[in-house]
Design a protein around this ligand. Structure first.
Ligand code: UT7
Length: 334
């Protein structure tokens, strides 16, 4: 196992923001669309409602730009000062032309280089780790990390196994050189191609380009084998959090907050039990937004930011399509 990195420069989150569209899709709305019930959805997932970007003329960039502007409005940072912008997403505006480039240009980040990162539900955590490394190495001073997904664009609203789970949203953080000794401490990431069979949008890529056949098969929509994904998610998130705690010589009790990907309330409960983490420390907002893929972690931080105090230990964890997963240890810096 690699050791905990010794850092002379630390990267810190200095502002958090987010955006969700106004339109709400409740469990009761879904009851009218597919054979399901509020009771089933609540007991199996903990989700009550999700937000949907209904305007067909707007893509993920719209959500990302709103979240990025929200972050910038909370700082003294001018957009021209941003060195790098990473957009974690699985629903880019277009297959070619990085959505991140559009976001950077629209917010006025004219000195940034920008790219999309596709690691599904782990995308935001992977992106924060890369941002931290670029800052720690001295290559960047200020990085905007955005997680945004218009999941409604790849959900089949006649498939009750997926349409109840996902929602649209965006969140973002500004990361920069820490002005104190707090910030990004350590992380652990892994991935496994076995996940391709269990969670995917099969068509629209180079293997199965969109055709009348793929459309007829419904391969442009998200598919998941929920039970298998559930098992992998729990065991890998629990193992990753334990690894990070172990090598930083921390007991689970020393963690102040767990910021875990909001995939399913039962996954969170099972991960908490398996990793021996305190339930009260798990923050959740899945009830209101569902699974917003790359946006769940920053939206959680946005919703609970007022509770965080300088020096608080945050333990991040995520799991997503690929499979991709990991955990990170972070000390709140403001
Ligand atoms: O973000 C990372 C990726 N995603 C995840 O982490 C999600 C992981 N998986 C899950 O969250 C859960 O597996 C689900 C919420 C998707 C499903 O919950 P489950 O407890 O694993 O249910 P199941 O798939 O085992 O289905 C149980 C039953 C089935 O009926 P039978 O075969 O027992 O008669 C399903 O057909 O529930 C049925 N079912 C539903 N019933 C009412 C499936 N979806 C629904 C529904 N409403 N929406």
């Amino acid at each position: 196992m690699t050791s905990v990195p010794q850092k002379t420069i630390k990267a810190a989150i200095t502002a958090v923001g987010g955006f969700v569209p106004d339109d709400i899709l409740t469990n009761f709305d879904l009851e009218k669309m597919v054979d399901t019930s509020d009771e089933w959805i609540m007991s199996r997932t903990g989700i009550k409602e999700r937000r949907i970007l209904k305007d067909p003329s707007k893509g993920t960039s719209f959500l990302a730009i709103e979240a990025a502007r929200d972050v910038l409005s909370k700082t003294d940072t001018a957009p021209e000062e941003i060195d790098m912008l990473i957009l974690a997403t699985i629903t880019p505006d277009m297959k070619v032309a990085a959505t991140a480039a559009k976001v950077a240009t629209d917010i006025g980040a004219i000195n940034a280089f920008a790219f999309d990162l596709q690691a599904a539900c782990s995308g935001f955590l992977y992106s924060m780790s890369l941002a931290a490394a670029k800052i720690e190495s001295g290559h960047c001073n200020k990085v905007l990390v955005v997680g945004a997904d218009k999941m409604s664009s790849i959900v089949d609203y006649s498939d009750r196994t997926t349409c109840i789970i996902f929602g649209d949203g965006a969140g973002a953080v500004l990361m920069e050189v820490s002005s104190n000794s707090y910030g990004w401490e350590d992380d652990f990431f892994r991935s496994s191609g076995v996940g391709q069979d269990y969670l995917h949008v099969k068509a629209g890529g180079s293997l199965f380009p969109t055709s009348s056949y793929t459309l007829a098969k419904g391969w442009e929509s998200i598919y998941q084998d929920g039970k298998t994904v559930f098992k992998y998610a729990v065991s890998e998130m629990a193992a990753a959090t334990q690894k990070v705690l172990e090598r930083n010589k921390l007991d689970p009790e020393m963690v102040d907050y767990v910021i875990a990907h909001q995939a399913n309330k039962r996954i969170l409960d099972a991960t908490q039990t398996r990793a021996n983490l305190n339930k009260k420390k798990f923050l959740t907002n899945i009830e209101h937004y569902g699974n917003t893929t790359a946006a769940t972690l920053p939206l959680l931080m946005r919703d609970f930011e007022n509770q965080f105090k300088i020096g608080d230990k945050l333990l991040f964890t995520a799991f997503g399509g690929g499979f991709t997963w990991g955990s990170a240890l972070y000390t709140w810096a403001y």
